[in-house]
Design a protein around this ligand. Structure first.
Ligand SMILES: [Zn+2]
Length: 505
C-alpha cells in the first residue's frame, strides 16, 4: 500500500504541469453571418456548413438576417432551417444593407430616440428569426458591415438578444470579451480573431499557423477566447450579394435586386474541404473548446453585479475613485472589477442609504446603470455645504435608479455638476464617513464637500475616434460617410466598459 501511495504521489507530481495547462482553456466561438437573401445557392451553403460542423460535433452560432429567415420560409427551405437549428441562432439585423443601415439611421440620433429607433426598425426582424427557427431568444446580435452604434448594443435585451458578437474597431478591451452598455461583447478581438482564406491554395496552412499563434499565446497567458467568423455565402459567391446592389449608398427597389455571380462547383467543394480541415485542426489542439454565443453568459460573469458590494468593497472603490484624476475600472480586494457606472451606483446607493437610515449599511446592490445620455456640462461649483450636497446626492441617485442611467448632470439647485466630478466628491465623502464611523454603525457627515472639476473617464480611450474608415470603410455606406454623433454617444458609454471575467475563477 505504501509503495502504491508513493506511486500515486509521483503520478500526481508528473501530472501537475499538464493539469495547469488544462486550466488554460482556449475557447473558440465560431459565428456565421447568414445574410445573403438573394443567391439561392447561399441557402445550400448555410446548410452544408452547418452539417460539416455537426459531423465534427461542433456547435456554431448562425446570426441570421430577418429577410434571410423570411426568404428561407418562402423558398420552403425547412431543410436549411433544420440544419441551422441544430446550432445556436443569433441575429444580424432586419435587412442588412438596404439603406438606411443602422449607422445611417442613427447618425443624427441622441441616446433614447436612437434606442427607440433601433428597436422599431430591427425588432420585427428579430421576431421573424425567432419564429422561423422556433427559439424564444437570440444568442447574439452583430451589425451589418461597420454599421455599429452604442444604442444598438444597449437595446439588445429589449429585442430578445443576449450578447453582442461581431468584429469592428469601434470599441474593444484588450482583444478579449468585455462589458459595454450593459451587454457582454465579443468585438475588436485583434490578434484573437482568426480567419482562414477559404479559396486560396495555401489558405489552410496559413490559416492553421495564424490560429496556432493565437492559441499558443492565449495558452501561455492563462487562456482566453478566439473569435472565428465567416458568411455561408462566401463558399458560393464571387462577390458579396450586397455590394452588387447597395454599393456606396445605392438603393435599388426590391424589384431590381440582382443575384451576385456564383463560383463554379469545384471551387465551392474545395472550400468546404479546406474548412472541414481547418475545424479538424482546431479540434486537434489540447485545451480547445468550441462554444456558442449562447454559452458566453455562463462563461463570463459580472461578479460585482451578482455579489453586490460589502463595506470593504465600498471603501476600496471609494478610495480609488476619490484619488482621481480620471475615473477608471477599479478592482476590490477580491479582484472583482467595477466600472465607473457601477461605482456611481454603489457609492450613490451606499450614501443615500446612509443619509436616509442614518447608519452605515453593510451591503449594497451593484446593478450597473448605462452611461449618461448626453455630454455632461462643465461643473459650476467648487464646494457645497452638506445639506446642498445631501439633496443633490439623493436626487442624483434617485435618477440613476429610476432611469437605469448615470445622470448627464447632477443639480445642486440651479448649478450643474458633471457626474464624473460628482462621483469623485461622493467617493471622498464615503471615505470620510467610513473613517469617522470606525467600523461602527454611526454616521458623521462632513460640514462641507469639495467638488473637483475636469474629471475624465479613462476608458474613453477604448472607444475609437471618428476617422474616415470607421464607418465609411464599408463599401455599402456612401463614400466618405462619417457619424461623429455615434462616436460621441459611444464615448459616453465608456462609463460602462470593463473586461469580462471568466466565471468561477
Ligand atoms: Zn453582415
Amino acid at each position: 500500500m505504501r509503495r502504491r501511495a508513493v506511486l500515486l504521489a509521483l503520478a500526481a507530481f508528473l501530472a501537475a504541469p499538464s493539469l495547469r495547462a488544462a486550466e488554460a482553456e482556449v475557447l473558440v466561438v465560431l459565428w456565421f453571418d447568414t445574410e445573403d437573401y438573394l443567391l439561392p445557392a447561399s441557402d445550400d451553403a448555410a446548410r452544408r456548413v452547418a452539417e460539416i460542423l455537426s459531423a465534427r460535433g461542433v456547435r456554431a452560432t448562425f446570426k441570421v438576417v430577418g429577410e434571410k429567415a423570411r426568404v428561407l420560409a418562402r423558398r420552403g427551405r425547412s431543410d436549411v432551417v433544420a440544419a441551422l437549428a441544430k446550432h445556436d441562432i443569433g441575429y444580424h439585423s432586419n435587412l442588412h444593407s438596404v439603406h438606411p443601415t443602422p449607422a445611417e439611421y442613427l447618425a443624427e440620433s441622441g441616446w433614447h430616440d436612437g434606442m427607440a429607433e433601433f428597436i422599431r426598425r430591427e425588432g420585427a426582424g428579430a421576431r421573424d428569426v425567432m419564429r422561423t427557427f422556433g427559439v424564444q431568444a437570440l444568442s447574439a446580435y452583430g451589425q451589418p458591415g461597420s454599421s455599429w452604434a452604442p444604442q444598438a448594443v444597449a437595446a439588445l435585451p429589449q429585442i430578445g438578444v443576449a450578447t453582442y458578437v461581431d468584429e469592428g474597431g469601434h470599441v474593444g478591451f484588450d482583444e478579449q470579451p468585455f462589458w459595454y452598455a450593459g451587454v457582454l461583447n465579443v468585438f475588436n478581438m485583434g490578434r484573437n480573431l482568426a480567419r482562414m482564406d477559404l479559396h486560396e491554395e495555401g489558405g489552410l496552412a496559413r490559416g492553421r499557423d495564424e490560429f496556432q499563434a493565437a492559441y499558443e499565446r492565449l495558452r501561455a497567458s492563462g487562456g482566453g477566447l478566439i473569435s472565428v467568423y465567416y458568411h455561408p455565402a462566401e463558399w458560393v459567391h464571387r462577390e458579396f450579394w450586397d455590394a452588387v446592389n447597395f454599393r456606396r449608398g445605392a438603393n435599388p427597389p426590391r424589384e431590381h435586386w440582382k443575384q451576385p455571380p456564383q463560383r463554379p462547383r469545384e471551387e465551392t467543394d474545395a472550400a468546404y474541404q479546406r474548412f472541414d480541415q481547418y475545424v479538424a485542426y482546431q479540434l486537434s489542439l489540447p485545451g480547445v473548446r468550441h462554444v456558442t454565443a449562447a454559452d458566453l453568459p455562463g462563461l463570463y460573469t459580472n461578479r460585482i453585479r451578482t455579489d453586490g458590494a460589502d463595506v470593504a468593497t465600498v471603501r476600496a472603490v471609494a478610495e480609488k475613485v476619490a484619488k482621481g484624476p480620471a475615473l477608471d475600472v477599479v478592482s476590490d480586494a477580491q479582484g472583482r472589477l467595477v466600472s465607473p457606472a457601477e461605482q456611481f451606483a454603489i457609492l450613490g446607493r451606499f450614501l443615500s442609504r446612509a443619509i436616509k437610515e442614518k447608519a452605515i449599511v453593510r451591503w449594497v446592490e451593484a446593478t450597473p446603470p448605462l452611461g449618461p445620455a448626453r455630454r455632461p456640462p462643465a461643473t459650476e461649483v467648487n464646494e457645497l455645504a452638506w445639506p446642498a450636497f445631501r439633496d443633490a446626492l439623493l436626487d442624483a441617485f434617485d435618477e440613476t435608479a429610476t432611469q437605469g442611467q448615470v445622470p448627464a448632470r447632477v443639480f445642486a439647485g440651479t448649478k450643474q455638476i458633471a457626474p464624473a466630478d460628482f462621483l469623485r466628491a461622493a467617493a471622498a465623502v464615503t471615505v470620510q464617513i467610513l473613517d469617522a464611523s470606525r467600523g461602527g454603525p454611526i454616521v458623521v457627515f462632513p460640514e462641507k464637500v469639495a467638488v473637483p472639476r475636469g474629471t475624465t473617464v479613462a476608458a474613453e480611450r477604448y472607444v475609437a475616434d471618428d476617422t474616415a474608415d470607421l464607418f465609411g470603410g464599408w463599401i455599402i455606406h456612401p463614400e466618405g460617410f462619417r457619424a461623429p454623433r455615434i462616436v460621441e454617444m459611444a464615448k459616453l458609454q465608456a462609463w460602462t466598459l470593463k473586461p469580462a471575467e471568466r466565471a468561477g475563477r
